[in-house]
Design a protein around this ligand. Structure first.
Ligand SMILES: [Zn+2]
Length: 121
């Protein structure tokens, strides 16, 4: 990617900032998109840079016509948990050098059950 990630530019520096950045799943998808293709979409199948994408989080390659999901191959692909919750969890894990315990995670993300928090970690 680029040089070292910069707090406040490349990732949120605090929890309130994170919440301001990612108010909806669409915001998260935009960010994932940027993380994966900082210089613009490149087709993983044919390396074409053309993009017919019209759906958020999805690109349609102009070269081979395949649909490419920004979340494909990531943990975000098969989950019903809102991306905003995932982002908070991921940020917390990144922010805490010791790693974050499932209990902390549950408290901060206000998840319904300890079990689902644990599954995420
Ligand atoms: Zn392609």
């Amino acid at each position: 990617m680029m040089d070292s990630p910069l707090e406040g530019r490349d990732f949120p520096g605090s929890l309130p900032e994170l919440r301001a950045w990612f108010r909806s799943d669409a915001d998260c998808v935009d960010y994932l998109d940027w993380l994966r293709w900082p210089d613009g979409f490149v087709c993983p199948w044919c390396a074409d840079v053309g993009d017919w994408g019209v759906v958020p989080g999805m690109h349609r390659c102009a070269g081979c016509g395949r649909w490419v999901s920004v979340g494909a191959g990531t943990v975000f692909h098969r989950t019903h948990t809102p991306l905003t919750v995932w982002f908070e969890a991921a940020w917390l894990m990144m922010a805490s050098k010791q790693g974050v315990s499932a209990l902390t995670l549950q408290r901060v993300t206000e998840l319904g059950s300890y079990q689902s928090a644990w599954t995420m970690t």
